[in-house]
Design a protein around this ligand. Structure first.
Ligand code: GLU
Length: 487
């Protein structure tokens, strides 16, 4: 859709020659874009200025509308031509809302209470936000309440370390293997290195790699800037009270720190206690579900923040991070999560789960009650349900028809292509292609509710004593007869 077509689209919408801005913004919202999206800044500013000059302050003529949209025409064209990764965003988000509501009904789990700053959260808090790689946004629940990243920061600081120093250097200090032990165990692998960057020992060593030559204050600022950039400049805060409490109650982490020091796990010249300080500070960084979802989306988008277009992390850093989140991100549930959900994720003790659907979207779930393994009860339910409904599991088959939904543009195109191939196979009598389709004519007729067609096919099968396997059966002649009856 060109510039003129968008104008026409809105005009058709109204059957008049002028455009109500409420209707246009409603149409924009339906695509998943937000008016506050940094990529629409010019359009929104021009719109505001133009509306001031109109008599009613709400209606634009064609020329005025054209002037407003042309500064961000590429993005708007993509949006209205349904070229985003989730083309039917409204239908997708209505499913998300259902999953949100279903997990809301769960009341199991315990809110972490080892420090008062975590214990104060209501167990009823529950939020899900998502941001696609095209910057389509959706939120449900308490998505504007700040909470601490806690262990959800581990993959992010690992990504920063790899971005800055490369894989080889970072992994000369830290392993890549699940530990099979509690996240805060005082334990190293056989090379006397932490098992991976998602457990405390690995995350503490990883913290020592952040901007090594800088002062403590600079290191914190440096990490904060990275996190802000990942979040597209949305909310990233710091809870000083949490930091103080974490430090006061952090004996285990101090024990790990001394053990790491003894085993010479840090780069030379590292001051272990200031590394621990930075570790506690990074755990105490706050996000909202909304800003967290943009961070996850930056990981889903190969390191480029979808709403600013800025490259924040190298593709290498992102790929490593996703691999380790996949194998080690969910405490002692990591293997099961990889099996059932099949997506990279990282949870934290505040109840956050940072979930990535690579090349599609980032999701942040947040609800404070945790299960016995330390993962958010509602968050786990949501992730599991999501993958039951949509074919987002890493090993879900995307090419062939399945009962799961595929909300991606690619998937839709693929399905259209297969149907065209099927029709062509039927037209040319390519029985082997029809067999590969898998479903029989009866299956399809049942699936689409064509009851009279089902009756005709069944009568035909009975008349010629054909197996109900029909065209997909082994008997080629029978298959051809069934085919003849269809053509
Ligand atoms: N501050 C916690 C610790 O280091 C983080 C716990 C977590 O989120 O896993 O023990």
């Amino acid at each position: 859709m060109g510039n003129g077509l968008i104008v026409a689209y809105c005009a058709v919408l109204l059957h008049v020659n002028c455009i109500s801005i409420a209707v246009a913004l409603q149409a924009l919202k339906a695509t998943g874009l937000r008016t506050g999206d940094p990529r629409l800044k010019e359009c929104m500013e021009t719109l505001k200025e133009t509306l001031k000059k109109t008599p009613d302050g709400v209606t634009l003529d064609r020329q005025q509308f054209k002037k407003c949209v042309q500064s961000n025409i590429v993005l708007l064209t993509q949006a209205f031509r349904k070229k985003f990764v989730i083309p039917d965003f409204q239908s997708f988000t209505s499913h998300i809302d259902e999953l949100y509501e279903s997990a809301k009904k769960l009341h199991e789990g315990q809110v972490a209470d080892y420090i008062p700053q975590l214990a104060k959260f209501s167990p009823d808090l529950w939020a899900v936000s998502l941001c696609t790689v095209d910057g389509q946004r959706h939120t449900a629940g308490d998505t504007k309440v700040p909470f601490c990243l806690q262990s959800c920061v581990k993959p992010l600081k690992y990504a920063v370390a790899v971005h800055d120093y490369g894989t080889e250097y970072v992994h000369s200090f830290i392993g890549k293997e699940p530990s099979g032990l509690r996240f805060n165990k005082l334990f190293l692998n056989e090379d006397d290195k932490p098992h991976n960057p998602m457990v405390n020992a690995g995350a503490i060593v990883c913290t020592s790699l952040i901007k090594q030559s800088a002062s403590n204050a600079e290191k914190f600022d440096y990490a904060m800037t990275f996190l802000k950039n990942m979040a597209g400049n949305e909310y990233v805060g710091f809870s000083n009270a949490t930091f103080q409490s974490e430090r006061e109650s952090g004996d285990r982490n101090f024990a790990i720190g001394y053990y790491l020091k003894e085993k010479k796990c840090f780069p030379e010249g590292t001051d272990m206690t200031s590394v621990l300080d930075l570790y506690f500070q990074l755990c105490s960084i706050e996000v909202t579900c909304e800003s967290g979802s943009v961070m996850a989306a930056t990981l889903a988008n190969g390191g480029i923040c979808p709403i600013t277009g800025e490259r924040v992390l190298s593709p290498e850093a992102v790929r490593n991070t996703l691999s380790l989140m996949h194998s080690c991100g969910m405490y002692d549930f990591s293997g099961q999560f990889a099996f059932h959900v099949g997506l990279p994720a990282k949870s934290g003790v505040a109840g956050g789960i940072l979930l990535v659907v690579p090349n599609v979207m980032g999701i942040m779930c947040w609800s404070p009650p945790l299960d016995k393994l330390g993962n958010s009860v509602r968050g786990i339910q949501f992730c599991t349900d999501l993958v039951e409904l949509f074919n987002f599991h890493n090993y879900d088959n995307l090419r062939h028809f399945s009962k799961k939904h595929d909300p991606r543009r690619e998937g839709g195109d693929q399905r259209v292509k297969s149907v065209i191939n099927l029709l062509f196979a039927a037209y040319t009598g390519d029985i082997s292609a029809l067999r590969r389709w898998g479903n029989t004519p009866v299956d399809e007729a049942v699936h689409f509710g064509h009851h009279d067609v089902v009756t005709i096919l069944q009568q035909y099968l009975e008349k010629y004593s054909l197996p109900s396997g029909g065209a997909a059966g082994d008997d080629k002649d029978s298959a051809e007869k069934s085919l003849d009856s269809l053509l």
